[in-house]
Design a protein around this ligand. Structure first.
Ligand SMILES: Nc1nc2c(c(=O)[nH]1)N[C@H]1C(S)=C(S)[C@@H](COP(=O)(O)O)O[C@H]1N2
Ligand SMILES: [Mo]
Length: 387
């Protein structure tokens, strides 16, 4: 009987790439992840604020505060800026952790399967939110669903998956939270230049996209605003136009035939444009803060909404519905709670930066109110009803 000599073991060749560098380890993932986590947290909180200011549930509608007058400008500026900053951060984070896609065996236990599933949900939700959010800033909607409810719902999914992810990864996050060794001020010797270069590169990318877009709402940096879709200095009468009269289907408004109708609780009345001009005029400086991210302050002159309501015999702080001449469109009808109608800064404006409102800015009359999303600053107003 012949005995075969034992075969030398075959070197096992994995069809999958292997990674050993520092750029794909838990320390790099943590370093980038904490900045990404911070950006997503700011984006989520400011997004929830924006959502409830724009679409309050009935119990909240009359409680929304009209101050600070600059509130929405700041929260929405942060929302769009943190979302834009999250794009290079998410890209870098995914690049750092993508070797984990090739981990073998793909599933070791139920727990491992659940962990991978939660990461899949997290990544999908994050990519989806940043993608549709970015396209929304340029008002491009190449999808069949409506943006706001979907963006809002997936945000909760994203934050839920993020909380789960942080809980699961807590031991690694804690171990790698700072890049310094415990008790020293020096970077440990094994922190080669590559990790630092990567983090510097990511920081530079975040700085670059922020600097070239944040000027759309933070106007002192306006001259660096090269990439944002809107520039606060472009537009008639010193203010960008979000939706032109032509886009809203308004060819013109006849001053002669235009009326403002006011439905109070007991009484109703109608005013011509001359009647409105004859009422006491007030001038306020307030921003238009568009949900899409741009903001610009302007000087508005017109009649206080509370004076108009008082004249209709409405109780102070009544909530109202405002209707535009525009025939269709989601911004044709707007509702406004008592804090806004009571606020002396809330105007039915007739003039903008010292000139009669142009048709694109809402001639003959538009709403301007403090701490309000731009979409609710209704243009071409023709009717106000106490509700
Ligand atoms: N009737 C009506 N009002 C409207 C709109 C609209 O489409 N229709 N757009 C709103 C949006 S989204 C913004 S940001 C502001 C912009 O005002 P502006 O175009 O005068 O800058 O108007 C708001 N008022
Ligand atoms: Mo807007």
């Amino acid at each position: 009987m012949k005995i075969r000599p034992p075969r030398p073991p075959r070197p096992s060749v994995s069809p999958f790439p292997t990674f050993s560098g520092k750029l794909h380890d838990a320390r790099t993932a943590t370093a980038i992840g904490r900045w990404l986590g911070a950006a997503i947290t700011v984006c989520f909180i400011t997004g929830v604020i924006s959502h409830y200011l724009q679409h309050p549930p009935p119990w909240l509608a009359n409680e929304l505060p009209s101050r600070p007058y600059w509130g929405y400008r700041v929260t929405q500026g942060l929302h769009v800026a943190s979302g834009i900053a999250a794009i290079p951060l998410l890209t870098a984070k995914l690049w750092t952790v993508y070797p984990r896609l090739f981990v073998r065996p793909p599933l070791t236990s139920v727990r491992h399967a659940l962990e991978r599933l939660s990461v899949a949900v997290l990544v999908a939700a994050a990519v989806f939110e940043l993608f549709i959010g970015l396209l929304n800033t340029v008002q491009w909607y190449p999808w069949p669903f409506s943006f706001v409810p979907v963006h809002f719902a997936v945000a909760w999914l994203l934050v839920g998956a993020l909380v789960l992810h942080i809980a699961v990864k807590y031991p690694q996050i804690r171990a790698h939270w700072t890049l310094r060794s415990p008790g020293t001020l020096e970077l440990p010797a094994d922190e080669g230049p590559d990790r630092r270069s990567l983090l510097t590169g990511v920081a530079a990318a975040v700085g670059a996209v922020t600097l070239t877009t944040v000027g759309q709402s933070f106007t002192p940096l306006g001259r660096f605003d090269l990439l944002a879709p809107r520039h606060p200095d472009h537009g008639t009468q010193g203010l960008p136009v979000n939706r032109t009269a032509a886009a809203a289907g308004l060819a013109g408004v006849s001053t002669e035939h235009w009326r403002l109708t006011l439905h109070g609780e007991g009484s109703s009345y109608e005013l011509t444009l001359d009647d409105l001009k004859a009422m006491r005029q007030h001038t306020v400086t307030l921003p238009i803060a568009c949900v899409e991210g741009w903001s610009k302050s302007a000087r508005w002159t017109g009649v206080r909404v509370r004076d108009l309501l008082e004249r209709a015999g409405a109780r102070p702080g009544a909530a109202i519905r405002v209707v535009s001449l525009e025939r269709r469109g989601s911004y044709r009808v707007m509702e406004m709670g008592g804090d806004y109608t009571r606020d002396p800064l809330t105007l039915l404006a007739l003039r903008l930066n010292g000139q009669v409102l142009s048709l694109d800015h809402g001639f003959p009359a538009r709403i301007i109110a403090p701490n309000r999303p731009g979409v609710l600053q209704t243009k071409w107003v023709t009717r106000m009803e106490v509700i």
